[in-house]
Design a protein around this ligand. Structure first.
Ligand code: MN3
Length: 206
């Protein structure tokens, strides 16, 4: 059975960029529902008792067809949000966070500069029609931007996500209404680059 992880900071910790009400509903209601629903879908399938959520994302073809879509949507929702909470952190300094010098070199090599990466990633977030996610992934040791619909994620395509942005309206509508661009712009202020770098190292070592 999967469990809802605690948020690693207070609901209001990401203000003014992401408001407390959005964080509370997003975590306590939306994420909790994904956990409940994936558990419900797998309740009678004991072969998945010891399957981690990461493993489950790569084994969807083995899930019986009658519950496969429910497991894909809700298992994906659980995995995606679990990652999402960890790649954000309070912006204590009030200044734009940046990657470490070492990781900045990696980002520069892949995208030209951090600014160019942010432009490309933000453009992908704006181009994602409807609900979905934008990701920075490690694919065969290379850094690539990709996006997915609904609660799909890069693990389903055998790529390792190291940063993800939720562009479902539930992630921003209370504060930003329909203006996704303002949400995306604000979000860069709370990206936890040290965690992104940690995930990068783990992905290229495996
Ligand atoms: Mn969400």
């Amino acid at each position: 059975m999967y469990t809802l992880p605690e948020l690693p900071y207070a609901y209001n910790a990401l203000e003014p960029y992401i408001d407390a009400a959005t964080m509370q509903i997003h975590h306590d209601k939306h994420h909790a529902a994904y956990v409940k629903n994936v558990n419900d879908a797998l309740a009678s399938l004991s072969q998945f008792n010891n399957t981690t959520i990461q493993q489950l994302m790569t084994q969807l073809a083995q899930v019986p067809e009658d519950v496969r879509m429910k497991v894909r949507n809700n298992g994906g929702g659980h995995y995606n949000h679990t990652l999402f909470w960890t790649v954000m952190a309070p912006n204590i300094s009030g200044e734009l966070r940046v990657p470490s010098e070492r990781f900045a070199t990696v980002m520069d090599a892949a995208f030209g500069s951090l600014e160019k990466f942010q432009e490309q990633f933000s453009a992908a977030a704006m181009a994602r029609f409807g609900s979905g996610w934008v990701w920075l992934v490690v694919d065969a040791r290379k850094l690539v931007i990709m996006d997915t619909p609904n609660q799909d994620n890069p693990l389903m395509a055998v790529k390792t996500p190291i940063l993800g942005l939720d562009v479902w309206e539930h992630a921003y509508y209370l504060k930003y209404q329909n203006v996704r661009a303002d949400y995306v712009k604000a979000w860069w202020n709370v990206v936890h680059w040290a965690e992104v770098e940690r995930r990068y190292k783990e992905a290229v070592q495996s």
